[in-house]
Design a protein around this ligand. Structure first.
Ligand SMILES: N[C@@H](CCC(=O)N[C@@H](CS)C(=O)NCC(=O)O)C(=O)O
Length: 207
């Protein structure tokens, strides 16, 4: 299998962390590609040009993080990392976490533009959305546990994205439990092996 992603995509990072945590990483070659680039090698596999994309063992090219995660969750022998369809509470949390990440990604893309091209209204809207979500996560005991499921992986990659691209941001001050949880989670090998690279040449607005 082959995973197409960029060094900075938080969605790609979720899949990369999942691969390491489930021991599937030796079965998948990670290929860094460019996005929003007519010459991107990815376009031969996925005309939509979105990362992450996964070339499966049977030759299908999957895109959309959740679809990729569902496929991978069926390939490893360990406990499932995605919430089962009947566990609505856990699925609601996964939905909130992905919605929060979508907002933080929009927010970071504004920070990648030259300052004169940023849209201050959008920056404020996304800042407020992220603050509301982080306040909810601060109170969520099951999420801030030592489990390593898609919820925790998504939260870790969202906080990692904020730290890498939105500075200075004092999200930790009023959220001591979230901050303590992240400090431990960020030390996992899967997180240490997949840090964003804000200064990489491939860091573009769609990344
Ligand atoms: N809903 C998608 C979001 C993925 C996404 O936004 N990927 C960005 C990089 S973080 C991308 O492919 N940007 C390139 C583009 O939009 O052409 C998912 O869950 O995978």
């Amino acid at each position: 299998m082959r995973l197409f992603t960029t060094p900075n995509s938080p969605y790609g990072r979720i899949v990369r962390v999942m691969l390491i945590e489930t021991g599937l990483d030796d079965r998948v070659e990670t290929v860094f590609v460019t996005v929003r680039d007519p010459n991107s090698a990815l376009l031969a596999y996925n005309p939509g040009g979105k990362v992450p994309s996964l070339l499966t063992g049977s030759g299908e090219v999957l895109s959309e993080t959740r679809i990729i995660l569902e496929h991978l969750d069926g390939l490893h022998g360990g406990p499932h990392r995605l919430a089962p369809p009947g566990d609505l509470g856990a699925r609601a949390l996964e939905g909130l976490l992905f919605g929060c990440l979508d907002g933080v990604s929009t927010w970071t893309r504004e920070y990648k533009r030259p300052e004169a091209y940023r849209y201050p209204w959008l920056v404020d809207v996304e800042h407020a959305r992220a603050a509301r979500c982080l306040d909810a996560f601060e109170k969520h005991e099951a999420l801030l546990s030592d489990a390593v499921r898609i919820g925790q992986i998504t939260l870790g990659c969202t906080l990692g994205l904020m730290d890498a691209f939105i500075e200075p941001l004092d999200w930790r001050d009023s959220r001591p439990r979230l901050s303590a949880w992240y400090e431990v989670f960020a030390r996992r090998e899967s997180m240490q092996r997949t840090p964003p690279q804000p200064h990489s040449m491939q860091s573009v607005i769609g990344d």
